[in-house]
Design a protein around this ligand. Structure first.
Ligand SMILES: *[C@@H]1O[C@H](CO)[C@@H](O)[C@H](O)[C@H]1NC(C)=O
Ligand SMILES: *[C@@H]1O[C@H](CO)[C@@H](O)[C@H](O)[C@H]1NC(C)=O
Ligand SMILES: *[C@@H]1O[C@H](CO)[C@@H](O)[C@H](O)[C@H]1NC(C)=O
Length: 434
């Protein structure tokens, strides 16, 4: 906060911004409250009690008709309330973000203390190279790799590096992944062994493995809410799951994904491959590829795809591997571990969207451009945003990066109400040859 108080001008404008948002919030909520309490919307059960003899069918029909109308009106009011509630939530999020902002410069300045010990000290400090072996390194010392934001989480790092050397690692996948998502990526290496599943069974041979659900005994279920694959397959019917809800159900919606062109936003693999000479799309990447179905479909076409995925309340990485495909446990923030001008195709569905802060998104898109070979394809599948962001932010951003647009489609997302002005765009982009 010290740093923050030294900038009164900036502080005033922040306070003004916060006040504006607060005012908006209050206005929205007052409107909602008025809406709830206004006589037209209050429900009295006596309104619906019949006031006529039950054998009077005409009256009964009229009453039914009027009840029907009232129900329709009530439904519409509920929909409107929902939209107001969503707007409130959105403003609340904005407000929270606004409150968090001033703390950032202070946090960035945080660093690991100089008195580290044990395993943590070993993975942070430089290590002397043998004499005469500094040629390729360009330094007398070798530094272990560690995500820069790890330095802001010393206590968590200490916990992460606490284990018996040579023994079994703690089952701390969820904790470790959260550290990664907070920028401590890559995590430091450890000298312990992951717990192995008790009843591990050899995977099914290819190509059967591509569409088989592996035995439950082949992974550690401890970190997850679901304790077997049957539960994961059905998790689209359970509350509280948000990521990739039905993608473990290989016999369900997964079976048809990317097999057909759907409206204007869903491209099919075969249509996309047809834009390049036969056989020239051979290797690539699916960013945030869920359970690996895109890679499976490409594998059936003799194309090798690496799938990045996080384990969001499900063993995504283990599942992809059991299908005989390559999982890569990195987040969207990480520099892609491929060399410049190498990959034939990069695909990403629903993951690259407006939740990524603009600056980070632009760096990520330049990184995608970097690893694609000249003539390589970037298939951006269902990028989600608000209508105003589309032309104001994203179209100019993609223009700046300089992909050639082979296909570009926009479509409104209306399932939560048209007033929210939510959009998707899908694009097939090509890195120029020169
Ligand atoms: C109920 O509504 C339907 C269609 O809106 C109409 O055809 C019918 O005559 C109405 N019945 C009565 C009893 O008002
Ligand atoms: C994939 O490669 C195998 C072995 O070379 C070949 O027999 C098969 O026809 C290929 N499949 C496709 C879809 O190209
Ligand atoms: C974006 O701009 C295009 C072209 O000017 C226009 O047709 C389209 O309606 C705009 N889209 C949105 C969501 O505002």
């Amino acid at each position: 906060m010290d740093d923050y108080q030294r900038k009164p001008g900036q502080k005033q404008s922040r306070v003004r911004a916060m006040l504006k948002i607060l005012l908006l919030l209050v206005t929205t909520n007052v409107t909602t409250a008025y809406f709830f309490s206004s006589p037209s919307s209050s429900v009295k059960w006596t309104d619906y009690a019949p006031r006529f003899p039950l054998w009077d069918t005409d009256a009964l029909l009229r009453e039914l008709n009027s009840t029907h109308d009232k129900l329709a009106a009530a439904r519409q009011q509920i929909d409107e309330l929902n939209i107001r509630l969503q707007t409130s939530n959105y403003l609340m999020e904005e407000l929270t973000t606004e409150f968090r902002k001033p703390r950032q410069p202070v946090e960035v300045a945080d660093d690991l203390s100089t008195s580290l010990s044990g395993e943590l000290k070993l993975v942070v400090e430089a290590h002397k190279l043998p004499l005469g072996r500094s040629g390729n390194v360009g330094s007398e010392e070798l530094f272990p790799v560690l995500g820069s934001a790890c330095r802001r989480h010393q206590r968590d790092l200490e916990q992460y590096m606490t284990y018996e050397v040579g023994g079994q690692c703690p089952v701390d996948d969820v904790f470790a992944q959260r550290l990664m998502l907070q920028g401590c990526e890559p995590l430091p290496r450890r000298r312990c062994k992951p717990k192995t599943p008790k009843g591990y069974i050899e995977p099914s041979p290819l190509p059967d493995s591509l569409w088989s659900i592996p035995p439950d005994s082949s992974i550690i279920w401890e970190p997850y809410t679901c304790k077997n694959y049957g539960c994961l397959v059905n998790r689209n019917k359970m509350p509280g799951f948000f990521d990739c809800k039905d993608c473990f159900d290989l016999g369900g919606r997964e079976k048809d994904r990317w097999m057909f062109e759907i409206a204007n936003l869903g491209y099919s693999i075969d249509q996309v491959l047809a834009t390049k000479p036969q056989g020239t799309v051979r290797i690539g990447l699916d960013l945030g590829g869920g359970s690996g179905t895109f890679a499976a479909r490409m594998r059936e076409r003799n194309i090798t795809i690496v799938t990045t995925t996080m384990n969001f309340d499900g063993p995504f990485n283990s599942f992809i591997a059991s299908r005989g495909l390559i999982p890569l446990h990195i987040s969207i923030s990480q520099r892609l571990p491929f060399f410049d001008n190498t990959l034939d195709i990069i695909h990403s569905m629903h993951v690259i969207s407006n939740w990524i802060p603009d600056t980070m998104l632009e760096f990520a898109l330049f990184d995608i451009y970097r690893v694609l070979r000249p003539g390589g394809l970037f298939w951006l599948d269902h990028f989600f945003c608000i209508g105003s962001q589309l032309n104001a932010t994203y179209v100019p951003m993609f223009d700046r990066i300089g992909f050639k647009k082979l296909r570009w489609n926009t479509g409104r997302k209306v399932d939560r109400g048209a007033e929210l002005n939510e959009w998707y765009f899908s694009a097939l982009l090509e890195k120029p040859m020169t």
